[in-house]
Ligand binder design. Structure first.
Ligand code: GYE
Length: 357
């Protein structure tokens, strides 16, 4: 889709700068006012971010804010919605009122966007969705989406668990899993939770419970303590992000149990998503068995899409970011999901140190 016909609202000089700088706090350092004196035309972008709930989210914010700087020709308004959809809707309405050139939305959940995206469209402002998806009846309400294939991430994790336990000769009925879910109703949660549920049915694993923890360490610790209290046979914890994995590990260790892959001998295995520094460092200590990467570094791809849209070029509707999978040992070398082979990389100190987030 192109936006050639819509009226350009590039505002010159310092007029909009004051307004924008006020909103910029929280998105890295504010840019030097002196660089704005020339009559440069910036692309004014409003970015509604979910919050700062996880390491993934912080890395994602840094990547996007780092890609949409003055140096690259952008004026960025950043809004942190603290995981609340109503705050995101208010932020989008503010961006529309300020006649930005483009809105970037990282939606907390999939539903509930039709009205406000219609308002953006009526104002001629293209919306680029990042990370989770929006479930709207008219797909033309957004111009493009950039993110990850969350269901596939979940299926990779489950295929790995199946291959690992087969190799270790652990019977499916002896696999007792709890799922610590992300923020309910967001695409990452839906994809990862569904993959686990489907695989438990397919392979005959015992799914004890799935409960949300909003992607935070503190909530996850609470949820895990509850699980340990209720189920004395849990031996696999499927955490929908690294911060949740950290919370689960703390709960397990404080309860006097051990995390690790030797589930036949009483250890509790941790599976996680994101492959952020925090998760991979726990993997190096042998505490996380598998971490499926969810790559938050979307900034550069996003910048290109916005530039193309501004120039009236047609852009791809969906762009998936490349991801890897890491493991604490080399029992399983690869898995197949939908006929595609995914390598499973044993973590090393060198790989860990070379990671960007
Ligand atoms: O996995 C989690 C974050 O939507 C992919 O949200 C994102 C998820 C990510 O808080 O850490």
């Amino acid at each position: 889709m192109s936006f050639i016909g819509r009226s350009k609202k590039l505002i010159t000089g310092t007029l909009l700068a004051g307004m924008l700088m006020a909103a910029f706090a929280g998105c890295g350092k504010a840019q030097d006012e002196s660089t704005q004196t020339a009559k440069v035309k910036y692309i004014n972008v409003g970015f509604s971010q979910v919050g700062a709930e996880s390491d993934w989210r912080v890395a994602n914010t840094e990547s996007i804010c780092g890609a949409l700087t003055r140096e690259y020709g952008f004026n960025l308004m950043y809004d942190d919605a603290q995981q609340k959809q109503d705050k995101q809707i208010i932020a989008i309405r503010n961006f529309v009122a300020q006649e930005v050139d483009c809105i970037v939305l990282a939606p907390v959940m999939e539903t509930g966007w039709d009205t406000v995206l219609e308002e953006a469209r009526n104002a001629g402002i293209p919306v680029i969705v990042v990370d989770r998806m929006v479930d709207v009846t008219d797909k033309e309400l957004y111009t493009a989406w950039v993110g990850s294939d969350f269901k596939t991430e979940g299926r990779i994790a489950c295929e790995w668990l199946n291959a690992f336990t087969e190799k270790k000769e652990i019977a499916p009925e002896d696999i007792h899993i709890v799922g610590i879910q992300g923020t309910m109703g967001g695409t990452a949660q839906i994809g990862r939770s569904d993959a686990l549920r489907d695989s438990c049915i397919l392979y005959g694993w015992d799914l004890l419970a799935q409960e949300p923890a909003d992607y935070t360490k503190a909530k996850s610790k609470e949820v895990m303590l509850g699980f340990l209290h209720r189920y004395d046979n849990v031996n696999v914890v499927y955490c929908e992000n690294d911060n949740e994995a950290l919370g689960a590990i703390e709960a397990i260790e404080e309860s006097g149990r051990k995390v690790g892959t030797d589930i036949a001998n009483g250890e509790i295995m941790i599976i996680s998503f994101d492959a952020a520094h925090s998760g991979l460092s726990m993997m190096l200590e042998g505490k996380i068995a598998l971490d499926v990467e969810c790559n938050p570094l979307q900034g550069d791809v996003l910048r290109k899409i916005i530039n193309d849209v501004e120039e009236g070029k047609t852009v791809d509707k969906y762009t998936y970011i490349e991801e890897k999978t890491f493991t604490s040992d080399d029992t399983v070398k690869s898995v197949i999901v939908d006929k595609k082979v995914y390598d499973i990389t044993p973590i090393t100190q060198e790989i860990f140190e070379g990671r960007e987030y």
